[in-house]
Design a protein around this ligand. Structure first.
Ligand code: FEO
Length: 403
């Protein structure tokens, strides 16, 4: 694969990772993910962000560098915007190939270089506003903590207006030979929008307040190219992905789309019958809804739908005096990811004595959800239960419309 020219002195090199491995060991990437690095050439040369040698990424990167007459051994600087191993896993190999390159990161980043990779020499700490002179052009560093780890920064190249943002403004999805936003069709952009939402909700959502702070901090820059380390490079519409991230950040405060995410699990179809009745009520009010079954569908997609929607239906039977275990796992993920501010209807078949309600209510604390009165029934729902469930679906949909 060849390096892609952002300008005549900036190149994107990337590896498309296609694997059944999970991203962060949790999140499926059935359509892959790209690991992007960048090269900026002045009289001296900087590499911005590395990668993990995942499914042959190192070979892909070395081949791409060779296409512009470079090797990792002749870089003068290695800039690490973020130390998570998807961007640094190959650092020791880099250091073996290039003992002289100065490794540049924030103070917290340099501490992680030392502690993660046992590298103690040739390190430079930079702080907010510091510059690096490449000879003929320069780079500027801005600290943007917690996007996605505390040590994170972005790198700015003012001549071209390129922002190297690492995790910020990234997406799941392999690039398949194209890199720039103007090379993808509207349908492909639709696909990447879904994958950027899933990436954001899975990886970044807990740090939404920091996304908003960073966008505010960088608002004075004339960004003409947004160059993240996952996903496409935005040279035609560089603000599109920034505005999208701001919208996603707003979802964390409960200001989701006027949609309902229905998340359900059922053992013998009794809770499923209740779900169907609720959906009938929602559809009667004309509010869009998505539907995910657990554990059949991975929590990554459940989280993405739930994060985007302003309202949830959580349907689960009681299982051994407590919540259906796959739903308990989903709620634990919601708690960890701060899925707050939602309008929520909980329903479910209670079996012989119930217990899901008590278990659920213990989890509710801290989620700041606005709950409708829940509906439970024994075994299969009777006509009165179904009527009530449909009514609750209508009420939730009306709350969404009026909210
Ligand atoms: Fe792509 Fe937080 O690493």
């Amino acid at each position: 694969m060849k390096a892609q020219a952002v300008t005549d002195y900036i190149y994107c090199i990337y590896a498309d990772v296609r694997t059944t491995d999970l991203f962060e060991g949790i999140w499926p990437i059935p359509n892959g993910v790209s690991l992007n690095s960048y090269v900026v050439k002045g009289q001296k040369t900087a590499v911005i962000d590395l990668f993990r040698d995942w499914t042959g990424a190192a070979r892909q990167m070395e081949d791409a560098l060779a296409s512009v007459g470079m090797t990792f051994s002749n870089a003068d600087y290695l800039i690490l915007n973020h130390l998570e191993p998807d961007h640094t896993g190959w650092l020791r190999e880099f250091r073996e190939k290039n003992p002289k390159a100065e490794i540049i990161a924030t103070a917290k980043g340099i501490e992680l270089v030392k502690s993660f990779y046992k590298i103690d020499t040739g390190l430079r700490v930079v702080k907010d506003g510091d510059t690096l002179d490449l000879g003929g052009r320069f780079l500027v560093f801005y600290e943007t903590p917690n996007i996605h780890w505390p040590e994170t920064m972005v790198t700015w190249e003012p001549e071209s207006g390129t922002l190297f943002s690492c995790d910020a403004f990234g997406s799941f999805g392999a690039l398949n030979g194209r890199v720039f936003d103007d090379e993808f069709s509207p349908a492909e952009h639709g696909y990447f929008e879904a994958e950027s939402l899933r990436y954001y909700s899975n990886i970044v959502s807990s740090f939404s307040v920091f996304v908003e702070r960073a966008v505010q901090k960088l608002s004075g820059l004339d960004i003409r190219c947004t160059a993240p380390s996952h996903g496409m490079v935005w040279r035609k519409n560089p603000k599109t992905i920034v505005e999208r991230y701001l919208r996603y950040a707003g979802y964390a405060r409960g200001s989701g789309e006027k949609e309902i995410a229905v998340i359900w699990g059922s053992m013998y179809g009794n809770t499923k019958a209740g779900v169907d009745a609720v959906i009938k009520g929602i559809e009667a009010e004309g509010v869009p809804c998505s539907c995910r079954r657990v554990p059949d569908e991975n929590v990554s997609y459940v989280l993405s739908d739930a994060y985007k929607s302003c309202a949830l239906v959580l349907a689960m039977p009681t299982y051994e005096y407590a919540m259906f275990p796959p739903m308990a796992y989903v709620l634990d993920i919601f708690r960890r990811k701060h899925i707050t501010g939602k309008k929520v209807l909980r329903i479910g078949s209670l079996g012989w004595v119930g217990g899901a309600k008590k278990d659920y209510e213990a989890v509710l604390a801290g989620l700041k959800w606005e709950s409708l009165e829940s509906v439970e029934w024994a075994g299969y729902p009777g006509p009165g239960d179904l009527s009530l469930l449909e009514q609750r679906g209508r009420e939730l949909a009306q709350a969404v419309k009026n909210g």
